[in-house]
Design a protein around this ligand. Sequence first.
Ligand code: PXL
Length: 275
Amino acid sequence: MKRIATMQDISCVGKCSLTVALPIISAMGIETAIMPTAVLSTHTMFKGFTFLDLTSQIEPIMDHWEKEGFKFDALYTGYLGSFEQLSLAASFFERFGKGVLKLVDPCMADNGKLYPGFTPQFARAMRDLCAKADVICPNMTEASFLLDIPYRENYDEEYCRSVLRQLTDIGAKRAVITGVSFENGKLGAYAYDSEKDEYLCYFNDEEPQHFHGTGDIWASVFLGASALGKPFLEAMEIACDFVKESIRLTLLEENHNEYGVNFEQALFGLAARLQ
Ligand code: PXL
């Protein structure tokens, strides 16, 4: 059985970070080891969330894992809340990442803006972590902050390719920009593999509403599929289709959550697709 270790927070309600990564990767038939960085009552887009920092636990957990000789097929970092956690994530890669697929999802921004609590200096430090990854999967806002370039609402394929090349210049071999759209009604992911000098993209018909947490879902499915040996483009397709299906199922429900998507009931289809 494959085994993935993921470092990110637990937002108890909100359907993001570990509350999506753990069920999704497990449902893909992969053992999921978790390194929780903090416990929040909800993610930070809710008002009044509680926050318990678990930074002090990260090093002791890594020490114990190393002593036990645990090995992983892939490592995955998501939302990280401080400079110290970024440097611990780098140490996580050094200690457990030799010859192992390493994904950094630089969760810190969307819709042209950094999430609450983040600064451009943090984005620069996230860039250093991205340099140590094999694959990074920012959205266009995160890509802009990583590269310290202005965020553009409208862009064309050439611009997207240039951003992707700049992203791989940071050091990661492959970069995927999620949530890319060149024409109304189409949404997908655009990627660059710097080793093969190859661009890959996949688009679906866009669902009529956007939801929080879909980037975390995309990254979890993409990494799970990659760890199972799916080629880069197929892993992107599986992830894009899964996010689209989760949104479709959400919108079927009259009183659906506004804060997250119905990925739970999309998991049956994902498991069937992987069999
Ligand atoms: O990646 C989304 C996410 C994860 N964790 C926390 C967040 C967010 C987005 O706002 O606040 C705590």
